[in-house]
Design a binder for this molecule. Structure first.
Ligand SMILES: [Zn+2]
Ligand SMILES: [Zn+2]
Length: 428
């Protein structure tokens, strides 16, 4: 679709349509030579935010080929915009967090659709650096909106009026932090779990402005998309009439796989883990003694062979080395600092090591064995089913059946992930 640029820069552009799975169509403006139309008016407008008095005549002369209007018209458009910089796009940035908090996803999507229907401008940055609002944390203490906090027994309460104020301070984290239109659209699609749509937005933005963060984000989305596909395949292949005995077997098989995974992850050396977590060591030894007392025959290949499913999940969780920091602090070695409630690497026995940086933490002797939280949650979930299987009479038949089906799928996902991990290990 060909037409004049909507900013009245005078250039003819080709609007290339990109259709999304919910029916929305994004029109990417291209110059007639197929390059992206980075509109001179928008660029000039952004320039003027940071720089109120540019030499417009000079800029006009230098960029004449990007405009198809007279200098007078150019100045006139810019003058009009000065008092209403958003006139092309409608209102100011929507208060995203406030809308999300109230579940107004539909209104939020419509807001951005409206803006894009008025004008698509791939280089327009709503978070212009001069506005100082990229992805950074905000000094809330100094903000007048948050001062009317009330102390209660459970801590600090923010009154409802001020929550709105707080929401306006919280910005969605976007890959570049510049607040491009397509970044907002991609952000919305991502929380709507329309990952393919989200990916399309960030790919288009990458073509337009080329920031490496956009490409990295596309790669992250690719991983998520693949994971979802894997789970879907698993769910489609669950047998219909599962018995508790099938389930028991499936869980046992999965448990063996989890142990294989942990042994591989630790190269079957748990000395360091035990030294840092004496209670885990005690647990392992207690389990072993119990088995010995019961005179069960087992071939012990590893210190974790007798450990329960619940403890396996626990081991994986603590071995990640991650904790939420209790206070603002700074690393004694690398001097990097972190805030209260930020995720950091941390351990306290036999000595205290804290750092936000993984490399620095491990250099100081910290233990990090990475496992995705999703895998740990899944292990906890099949452990819960095992407890349910011990008391099936407590559950409604329909509910029980559903639990079996879900757990079967969870086991398959765990096994699938672990097989992938072990294969990867072999090939490297
Ligand atoms: Zn234009
Ligand atoms: Zn450090």
């Amino acid at each position: 679709m060909k037409g004049l640029c909507k900013t009245e820069c005078g250039m003819t552009v080709e609007y290339e349509s990109h259709k999304f799975s919910d029916g929305f169509v994004y029109y990417l403006p291209r110059n007639l030579d197929k390059t992206i139309h980075h509109c001179m008016i928008i660029e000039m407008e952004m320039e003027m935010w940071g720089h109120p008095d540019p030499n417009i005549e000079k800029i006009y002369r230098e960029n004449k080929d990007r405009l198809n209007i007279t200098q007078e018209k150019f100045i006139e458009i810019l003058d009009n915009l000065q008092y209403d910089p958003y006139s092309f796009l409608g209102d100011e940035e929507a208060d995203v967090m406030s809308k999300l908090r109230k579940g107004k996803m539909y209104e939020l999507k419509k807001y951005f659709e409206n803006q894009l229907n008025r004008l698509t401008s791939p280089s327009f940055q709503s978070r212009f650096p001069a506005n100082g609002n990229q992805n950074e944390t905000i000094e809330m203490i100094n903000s007048p909106e948050t001062t009317s906090t009330v102390s209660t027994r459970s801590g600090w309460n923010v009154t409802s009026q001020t929550i709105e104020g707080l929401c306006s301070l919280i910005l969605p984290v976007l890959p570049t932090g510049n607040g491009y239109q397509l970044e907002f659209l991609g952000y919305l699609y991502e929380i709507m779990i329309r990952l393919e749509d989200a990916k399309k937005c960030f790919e288009l933005q990458y073509e337009c402005t080329g920031e490496p963060e956009l490409k990295e984000h596309v790669e992250e989305l690719n991983k998520k998309i693949q994971e979802r596909k894997d789970v879907q395949v698993v769910e489609e292949n669950i047998p219909d009439d599962l018995t508790p005995e099938d389930m028991q077997k499936r869980i046992e098989f999965t448990e063996l796989n989890i142990k294989k995974y942990i042994i591989e992850l630790f190269s079957n050396n748990f000395t360091e883990l035990f030294k840092k977590n004496p209670t885990v060591k005690e647990q392992c030894e207690k389990n072993r003694r119990k088995r010995e007392d019961m005179m069960l025959n087992f071939n012990e290949n590893s210190a974790i062979d007798t450990v329960s499913l619940g403890s396996l999940a626990y081991i994986l969780r603590i071995a990640r080395g991650k904790k939420r920091s209790k206070s603002k602090d700074i690393c004694k070695v690398c001097k990097r600092s972190w805030n209260e409630k930020e995720d950091i690497f941390s351990e306290s026995t036999p000595k205290k090591i804290n750092c936000v940086d993984e490399t620095c933490f491990t250099k100081q002797g910290g233990l990090v064995k990475k496992t995705p939280m999703e895998l740990i949650h899944n292990i906890q979930s099949i452990n819960a089913t095992r407890n349910i299987l011990a008391h099936p009479g407590d559950y409604d038949q329909e509910m029980f059946k559903r639990i079996l089906k879900q757990t079967y799928a969870t086991c398959d996902v765990i096994n699938y992930r672990i097989e992938g991990f072990l294969k990867n290990k072999e090939s490297t």
